[in-house]
Design a binder for this molecule. Structure first.
Ligand code: DP6
Length: 371
């Protein structure tokens, strides 16, 4: 597939007004996306667990303009409060996707959004937020084409598969990692030899058998620092240009995906823990070795990591951590070990969280339309 496949045929129906609502989850990468080319094309492939509880719920209301005025007209509300500071990001998003959604300038939009996680939690809402908005836009396009989305995967002009692919494609143009939030439970994004069907254009469902050990995998998110990040992901990605270790890193991500494929099939939890922790630390090592350099981990991030390592060594229990571009720690473990590991988290790790805050999440199946 190419970008052109996402340019729609002329719309066959008219719509005056309406609204749609989608809830879309966040995701946590096991193999990290860090570095991008033009047009939100990743420098390396990534693979993530879709989360279940950490979601954005977005209602998109639309009214047809009486007269087309060649501008994007929209307002954004977070928890009922108008957010003018969110507008530039959405404006850029609309500019990037207009060619694929030619109805955008014909309507006035109201975007009402809320997160199930506290907004000052340090949890990035761009993946869940951009995917929820992309899905709302797709639901409108579907009505304009009057397409009855076929649930048979490969039939008809506007199949469920196409709907999800285009939603992921659009979400990617809002925020790269957002393309991995449409479906679950494991999503691969970025062309790599070892994963059949993988593409830079959108996320795909991981196409291979996954061992029982990874069913219902748990992710307890320890909120170490709830403040705004000092360095945005976009700035961080850009620092991979002319980065001394960039090429090796991009290559390593392909290799790690190969290795992870074996691990996901065999259920080898020790190898899983080693790989995801190495990925997390490599991500942060890239930040520390870029120019300018920066550190997003906090002292408590390191305390938690060390305690996880000690606990794992002492008990032999399969618990590991991963990090995204921030100080918070995602503690990963299999469902059947939940009791002991959660007890450890509560007794030894929560003390390092800001105000003792943490979120118990687990692998989820993707976004849902609720209206
Ligand atoms: C560290 O998707 O937030 O979380 O494409 O610029 O919006 P943009 O970046 P973003 O980057 C996320 C990077 C990461 C790793 C990952 O999720 O793979």
């Amino acid at each position: 597939m190419t970008e052109k496949d996402f340019i729609p045929k002329p719309y066959t129906h008219t719509l005056e007004t309406g609204s749609v609502t989608w809830e879309s989850p966040s995701n946590i990468a096991l193999v990290k996306y860090w570095g991008k080319k033009k047009n939100q094309i990743p420098e390396n492939p990534s693979l993530s667990f879709t989360l279940n509880k950490c979601k954005t719920i977005t209602t998109l209301s639309f009214t047809k303009k009486l007269k087309e005025d060649h501008t994007f007209s929209f307002d954004i509300y977070l928890d009922g409060e108008k957010k003018a500071d969110f507008k530039p990001k959405i404006q850029t998003f609309f500019e990037r996707i207009e060619i694929y959604l030619p109805f955008l300038k014909k309507y006035v939009f109201k975007i009402e959004t809320e997160n199930t996680f506290p907004h000052s939690s340090g949890i990035a809402s761009s993946a869940s937020g951009m995917s929820a908005l992309a899905l709302c836009l797709m639901s409108i396009e579907k009505q304009l084409l009057d397409a009855d989305v076929s649930h048979k995967e490969d039939e008809g002009p506007f199949t469920q598969k196409y709907f999800n692919q285009k939603a992921s494609f659009l979400a990617r143009l809002g925020s790269g990692s957002a393309c991995r939030s449409i479906e679950g439970a494991l999503i691969a994004w970025g062309k790599t030899e070892g994963i059949e069907g993988s593409t830079d254009l959108f996320g795909i469902k991981y196409p291979y058998q996954v061992h029982e050990n990874f069913k219902n995998y748990q992710d307890t998110i320890l909120l170490v620092d709830k403040g705004e990040k000092q360095v945005s992901s976009t700035v961080g990605h850009n620092l991979m240009y002319n980065h001394p270790y960039a090429l090796n890193r991009f290559q390593q991500a392909h290799q790690n995906l190969e290795t992870l494929k074996e691990i996901l099939g065999s259920g080898d939890l020790d190898a899983f823990n080693a790989l995801v922790e190495s990925e997390a630390l490599t991500l942060h090592a890239m930040m520390m070795t870029s120019m300018p350099y920066f550190i997003l981990m906090k002292p408590n991030t390191l305390e938690i990591i060390n305690r996880i390592w000690n606990f794992r060594q002492k008990t032999g229990l399969p618990v590991s951590f991963t990090l995204d571009a921030g100080a918070n720690v995602h503690v990963l473990y299999p469902h059947n070990e939940s009791q002991k590991i959660l007890q450890f988290i509560k007794s030894e790790l929560v003390v390092y969280c800001q105000n003792g805050h943490y979120i118990c999440d687990q692998i989820g199946l993707g976004a849902n339309q609720t209206q």
